[in-house]
Structures are given as structure tokens and as C-alpha cells.
Design a protein around this ligand. Structure first.
Ligand code: COA
Length: 250
């Protein structure tokens, strides 16, 4: 387990909280592993009906831990934790709600493409600087984002790295609603409880129909992964990671 992932039960809602505020919830391999396990365990537990993913005040997540990126870029083994998490997310049997406040970078944005309802606060900015980092879209986002927000908004998000405010994200269909900071967690929990109150069998069929062909999503995640792993070792990416890692020293 990771000390930075807290898993709690609130009735039929399983709350998975990323809790590494000192790094704005940058996600480490141990955190991916803990979240994958939580999703699998919640799916297997009949008393759980909904997963709720939260961050901390001001930071949903600053994305993949840059030090982990750098390690792979300079030759370390990548591990399967990210892949395992993405498979658990894309294959989740139960609905997923997310509550996002503040920073939502990289996978901090793309997690939400797998959620059934996302609530975000007015100060939230969704941003995926994949290309600026010499990388490519991940987590199936190259398939999901164009389907959800249309090709041109997806291009602005995934290729240009434009920030999407919560209002823009809502207008684009990326999220369900915008709620005030001090109401976020209660509103996200209430949304999860509302889902949990529905007849679970009918809800499961309805959700599965809306999700459609998950085999295509899994195939896309794998295809993106091949490029992503290769890109991690590119000069473009290494230079971008080095610029981030050394910026504090300047
Ligand atoms: N990986 C590792 N550490 C990270 C991180 C990440 N993705 N994002 C932030 N941190 C760390 C910072 O290095 C800093 O650590 P330090 O205090 O030990 O130096 C701490 O978290 C706070 O970050 P800071 O940059 O001071 O906060 P900020 O509010 O000014 O900026 C961000 C927040 C998220 C905008 C900025 O940190 C950032 O751009 N991070 C990289 C995001 C990214 O590109 N992720 C990968 C996407 S694919």
C-alpha cells in the first residue's frame, strides 16, 4: 500500500483519495499500484456501489511523478503500475465519480475521462502538456477526448496543451458540473450516493451500454503506451524533464 493513497468507505461509496500535498499529488508508482488495487477490491466487494476519486485542497493531481519519468528516461525499468491502474480504471465494473479542485495536470486530467461524473471547482485548470514534454496522450485520452469534446477541442487540450478552466471543461462536456471549493467534497459524495441509490443491475447495464466497446479502449491504451514508453527515452522528453527537475535550483 502507499501512504499517499487513502481508501475509506462511506456507506456504499468507496473513497480513494490521493494525498501527497507536498508534491501537489504527483502520482508515484506505489500510488498507481494502490489505486489499481482499490479499484479492483471495490469492484469485487458487493457492498461497494460507486468509486469516488478525490485529491486534496488545491491539487487533484500534478500528474505522473517527474522523478519517475526521469528515472525511466535515463534507463530504469518502467514497471507495470501505470498500466495496471489504467486497466483497472478503463475496466471498472462500477461507476466512478471524481471531485477535482485546483491542479489537474496530465493523468490528473485524463483520469476524469474515465469517470461517469466529474465535479470541479472554479479554480480548477485541466491541462495535458504531453506534447510540450515530448510525450504523447495516454490513458486512452487520444480516443476518449475527441469522442467526448470533439476533435478540435481535444486537439487544443491534448496536442496544444491549452489549459481548460472548469467552465470551459463543462461547456466542452469534459465534466458534469462546477461547484464551489467549500462544497466540492460534499457535492461529490452526494453525487456518488445518488448513483449508489439506483437499482445496481439496471445501472450497470445502462453504464456498460454507454461505455460501449471497451476492447477498443484497451487496445488504444496499449497503442499509446508503446509510443509513450519510447517517447520517455527521447531527447525531447529528457530535455523537458531536466528543465523541470532543475528549475528550482536556478
Ligand atoms: N512530479 C514530481 N514533483 C512534482 C510534480 C510532478 N509532476 N508536480 C509538482 N511537483 C513538486 C514540485 O517539484 C515541488 O516540489 P519541491 O517543493 O520539493 O520543489 C512541489 O511539487 C510543489 O510544486 P510547485 O511547482 O512549487 O507548485 P506550483 O503550484 O507552483 O506549480 C504545477 C504546480 C503542477 C503547475 C507545477 O509543479 C508543474 O508544472 N508540475 C509538473 C506537471 C507536469 O508536467 N506533470 C506531468 C504531466 S504528463
Amino acid at each position: 500500500m502507499s501512504e499517499h493513497i487513502q481508501v475509506e468507505r462511506n456507506g456504499a461509496v468507496q473513497l480513494i483519495r490521493m494525498n501527497r500535498p507536498e508534491k501537489k499529488n504527483a502520482i508515484t508508482r506505489a500510488m498507481y499500484a494502490a489505486m489499481a488495487r482499490a479499484l479492483a477490491e471495490g469492484d469485487a466487494d458487493e457492498s461497494v456501489r460507486v468509486h469516488l476519486i478525490l485529491g486534496v485542497a488545491g491539487a487533484f493531481s500534478s500528474g505522473n511523478d517527474m522523478a519517475d519519468f526521469m528515472a525511466v528516461a535515463t534507463g530504469a525499468e518502467g514497471g507495470t503500475e501505470v498500466y495496471d491502474f489504467l486497466m483497472a480504471l478503463a475496466g471498472a465494473a462500477k461507476p466512478i465519480v471524481s471531485g477535482v479542485d485546483g491542479i489537474a495536470v496530465g493523468i490528473g486530467t485524463t483520469i476524469n475521462l474515465h469517470c461517469d461524473l466529474t465535479l470541479a471547482t472554479p479554480r480548477t485548470e485541466f491541462r495535458t502538456p504531453f506534447v510540450d514534454l515530448g510525450l504523447v496522450p495516454e490513458a486512452g485520452s487520444s480516443l476518449l477526448a475527441p469522442a467526448i469534446v470533439g476533435r478540435q477541442q481535444a486537439f487544443a487540450l491534448l496536442a496544444l496543451g491549452e489549459g481548460f478552466s472548469a467552465e470551459r471543461a463543462k461547456a466542452a462536456g469534459l465534466i458534469y458540473d462546477v461547484v464551489a471549493e467549500d462544497e466540492l467534497e460534499a457535492a461529490a459524495l452526494a453525487a456518488a450516493e445518488r448513483i449508489a441509490s439506483k437499482p445496481p443491475e439496471a445501472l450497470k447495464i445502462a453504464r456498460d451500454l454507454m461505455l460501449g466497446d471497451r476492447a477498443a479502449l484497451v487496445a488504444r491504451i496499449k497503442e499509446e503506451g508503446v509510443h509513450f514508453r519510447a517517447r520517455l527515452k527521447s531527447d525531447e522528453a529528457r530535455n523537458a524533464f531536466m528543465a523541470f527537475m532543475s528549475r528550482k535550483k536556478g
